[in-house]
Design a protein around this ligand. Sequence first.
Ligand code: PHE
Length: 339
Amino acid sequence: IKQQFSDELSAVKSRDELEKIRVAFLGKKGLVTEELKNLRNLNAEEKKVAGMQVNMLKNEIEQAIVDYQKTLEEMEYQKQIESAERYDYSIPSEVEVGTLHPITIVQKKIEDIFKTMGFIIEDGLEIQTEYNNFEAVNIPKNHPARDMTDTYYLENGQLLKTHTSASQNTIMKKYGAPKPGEPLKVLFPGRCFRNENIDASHENTFFQLEGMMIGEDISISNLIYFMKALLTEVFQREVKVRLRPGFFPFVEPGFELDINCAICGGEGCPTCKHSGWVELLPCGMIHPNVLSMGGIDPDKYTGFAFGLGLTRLAMMKYNIKDIRLFNSGNLKQLRQFTK
Ligand code: PHE
């Protein structure tokens, strides 16, 4: 039996074949099992000797099968390795280089413009306290501007900032009152969130770019000067602007600066809601309450603030008619904008 087993085993090439041999020798009607059954025909003395021999044989065969199983597995593994794909690391990569997002391009451009005018760039948090987003910018509890449905609240009572103005207080506290002749000039771009119904001109996630200048005698004419400088640089042409009074609790007086819609040339399109004008630059003189909450004495200092709709500006600059493109991840379209 032993000889027969080792002959048959050496011909085995797969696990199926191995299993067949196992059954043939150790199965219910297997050769070894039959030998064990035959033991009952022997007398006690013979049984003892033969029993030992058959059991040894059985153990040997069991062990041989287990060992062979391992050998087979290793062989299969080797085969897999040999047939696996091979890489040639010396072949030049074909991965394309990405491009900046159009909003990033416009943001960087404006940052550069303001840096040359002495502004510091600050980064604001996206998750904010109610205090920073509302109270600190003069929007008390129960103020209509705090419309619950507009804001994404988190379970811990914080919220996703609804405007970049949420950073005003933190920045004022960080830099403190400006030194004489050295007004505080800060630019702070950021991603903002509002619970909007999304369509071609509304998104729940969009970018603003806010700026502040605080000093001893900052006036509306400073504000107008900087806004004009900004828009001329961005559009590289003389843009038509329209200034309307605007209400924001954190500025007094407040303005809405509109620019003529470059997409339709003033004819009317979905971007300008068919009016020919795009609301682009809300701004105003910082409210005394906001200054004092930021630790800056409103009797000594004044300042202006503006909150540029960066996403809208990018739409106008690149003639993008649907705001949804920006968050779409549609690279084919997004990578067209390079400058
Ligand atoms: N925070 C205002 C908004 O979200 C914009 C703004 C900023 C207005 C600064 C005036 C001054 O719309």
